[in-house]
Design a protein around this ligand. Structure first.
Ligand SMILES: [Zn+2]
Length: 475
């Protein structure tokens, strides 16, 4: 089973040595790839699959002998048997028996499946009763046991309450794994779709409405006031709670709250924002979706806020590279020719198997101990390893972590990924927006981080952004 899981994981996430030059990937990241030393030889040691020890006879029975047991008999009805064997009749042979260990959170029981087997009296045909399809053939593991194993291994560390109710379903684990950013390196990245296909998919307000409702309430409507699920839908498209009679719309309280724009216009905006990997300016967006500049600017502001809000729900963990840098350029209009307005920015990047995973960028007033500490507290999970240079304010600020620091030396490769990404962020933000006022910088950094951390999503980035827009309340 572990081998099967390993193969499945490799198929989904790719091998670590694979280059990620997938179409539609964010350009800046490909530049990092391009800059990497391709001449470094791949290791030549061959991976030999471990030889399997033959399973001792009777081990399976021994393994399950102390577990509570439930017998489930799968039989065929008389009608069906008559249909299968006709008038000449049938006899019942000994049942075929197999075992599955079911996992109910912290409870294990054996379900003993008895499949009724029937044969024609003249021996010409054998028929078995229907029984549930097996997840792993010829294994004791049931879907719920696999789910429990997977959950133990990969379950989200920051959400133990919701974790416990996800134990009993394999599909829930798959959903959880795909739900957020875990699918980043997936090889089978969803394809981008053309604007024609997109507008065909979301032709009416109703199409958009249905999609948003499903994104916001995957398990069905939940009253934002009292939490009740009992509701009716009014002809106006509003939802009315049967318990507290509160009326709400699918966008109420979300990042699309109180917008008089049609949902179709919002959908087009989300589409264009996710199509151009460097982002889109308000001028361009206004042209594309047929609104005025100010509306486009306000929409982008909401979209970037939603991106930042979504990312704030996650903390970096594992190995995290940390540094500060300056980002900014000449301020448009003002002080032309003299002085630049630059902002100090904290940068933290989590690595997985030595490769960049998730990114956080945060404008800061200064880089004193208290600022470093408060950034780390809201961005990096306790128990993480933080790597940085030996900046004086970092050392006392990061004592809560396994903090590894060394004096910055441009010749060594310390924090190599981090520094490449910082220069990419600068180039991308300044290149697309041609200098921007310092006060909006955080919004652009939010967008850069959101895109970076989801760079493997391809066409599904639209769904991630839609979820960011309606999946959490407007701050
Ligand atoms: Zn209610």
């Amino acid at each position: 089973m572990s081998e099967k899981l390993a193969v499945a994981e490799a198929a989904r996430f790719g091998r670590s040595s694979e280059k990620m030059d997938l179409p539609g990937q964010i350009t800046v990241f490909n530049e990092v790839e391009a800059a990497a030393d391709a001449s470094v030889p791949e290791p030549t040691v061959e991976q030999v699959a471990p030889k399997r020890k033959p399973r001792p006879k009777g081990k399976r029975k021994e393994d399950i002998k102390d577990l509570p047991r439930e017998v489930m008999t799968h039989e065929l009805g008389d009608d069906e048997l008559k249909q299968r064997f006709g008038d000449q009749g049938w006899k019942r042979l000994p049942d075929q028996v197999y075992y599955k260990v079911e996992a109910i959170p912290a409870t294990y029981k054996v379900v003993e499946h008895h499949i009724a087997v029937y044969a024609a009296k003249d021996g010409t045909a054998v028929v078995k009763a229907a029984h549930p399809a097996e997840l792993l053939n010829n294994s004791l593991a049931s879907a719920s046991l696999v789910a429990a194993v997977m959950n133990g291994k990969y379950g989200y560390p920051d959400n133990s309450a919701s974790k416990s109710c996800l134990w009993d379903s394999y599909s829930a684990i798959i959903a959880l794994r795909q739900n957020e950013r875990g699918e980043n390196m997936s090889k089978s990245k969803p394809k981008r779709i053309s604007i024609q296909a997109f507008t065909r998919k979301y032709t009416t307000e109703g199409d958009c409405h249905t999609y948003l409702a499903k994104t916001r309430w995957p398990e069905g409507f939940i009253c934002p006031k009292c939490g009740s699920q009992r509701h009716c839908k009014l002809s106006s498209g509003l939802y009315q709670c049967n318990d507290c009679h509160h009326q709400t719309s699918v966008t109420a309280g979300t990042f699309m709250h109180r917008s008089r724009l049609p949902l179709k216009t919002w959908f087009l905006a989300l589409y264009f924002v996710t199509q151009d990997k460097r982002g889109i300016s308000a001028t361009q967006l206004a042209l594309m979706i047929g609104v005025n500049y100010k509306t486009a600017w306000l929409m982008l502001k909401r979209i970037r806020a939603a991106m930042g809000n979504r990312d704030a729900m996650h903390m970096l963990s594992g190995v995290v590279e940390f540094d500060d840098c300056y980002i900014g350029g000449p301020t448009v209009g003002k002080k032309r020719g003299r002085g630049t307005e630059k902002a100090k920015v904290f940068v933290a990047l989590s690595l997985k198997d030595g490769r960049p995973e998730y990114l956080k960028l945060c404008v800061t007033e200064n880089i004193r101990k208290e600022s470093v500490k408060s950034f780390a507290e809201k961005s990096i999970q306790l128990g993480s390893t933080v790597k940085s240079d030996a900046c004086r304010s970092y050392i006392p600020a990061l004592t809560a972590y396994d903090h590894q620091y060394e004096k910055f030396d441009p010749k060594t490769e310390s924090l190599q990924w981090l520094h490449t990404i910082i220069s990419n962020a600068k180039a991308s933000i300044l290149g697309t927006y041609h200098g921007l006022p310092k006060k909006n910088l955080q919004e652009y950094l939010n967008e850069f981080s959101f895109r970076f951390s989801r760079r493997g999503f391809g066409g599904a980035l639209f769904d991630r952004l839609a979820l960011a827009m309606v999946g959490s309340p407007l701050a």
